[in-house]
Design a protein. Structure first.
Length: 189
């Protein structure tokens, strides 16, 4: 009986001790990730752009518009002129291929910047917004001249110009039915 009591009393301490040990992996640095997130917070906020400032930034020489959504979402609809590099494909080499100059001005946007097009811009949970991950990762790879679209825009009234297969589908449907135009073939009127 005493042995059972001793085991019951010591078992939680042993389990906690095992869980408190770190499992080494020099390819994952959570402490550095947290530092980058905290260091980026105010810096990022000062670089969030209104729709007008975003459009103006796109006219500047050598600005790169980066869309880090999936290739499938990008093919459906994206801002005209954007380069696509899905976030899941970020590596030092893939970023260097798309963004060769770490000092170039990079402008980003994500799903959570748009409503009215649920197939191409599926809304993520706010804390999981792709802009947050993209911005932080770009900083981790040494890209500090990053700006992002700040507001949520309705694709049906946004001033930015879109292209992609959904855009073509909408134009064809609107041409065929000029009295009943639609803004999105996903079923959203």
């Amino acid at each position: 009986m005493r042995l059972n009591i001793l085991v019951v009393c010591l078992l939680p301490a042993a389990i906690t001790s095992v869980h408190a040990q770190t499992i080494p992996n020099d390819q994952i640095d959570y402490a550095q990730f947290k530092r980058i997130v905290l260091d980026t917070e105010q810096y990022r906020e000062s670089r969030r752009l209104s729709e007008e400032a975003f459009i103006a930034a796109l006219t500047e020489p050598d600005v790169i518009l980066l869309d880090a959504r999936s290739s499938a979402a990008f093919a459906l609809k994206h801002i005209k002129g954007a380069k696509n590099l899905p976030f899941t494909d970020f590596t030092a080499q893939s970023l260097a291929d798309v963004l060769p100059d770490k000092n170039a001005k990079i402008v980003i946007y994500c799903n959570n910047n748009f409503v009215g097009s649920p197939r191409s811009f599926a809304t993520k949970a706010a804390p999981a917004s792709l802009n947050l991950s993209t911005y932080t990762s770009l900083r981790a790879y040494g890209y500090d001249n990053v700006y992002e679209l700040g507001p949520v825009l309705d694709v049906r009234s946004a001033k930015v110009v879109f292209e992609g297969t959904e855009v073509g589908d909408v134009a064809r449907v609107n041409e065929a039915h000029p009295r009943n135009p639609i803004a999105d073939v996903s079923g959203t009127p």
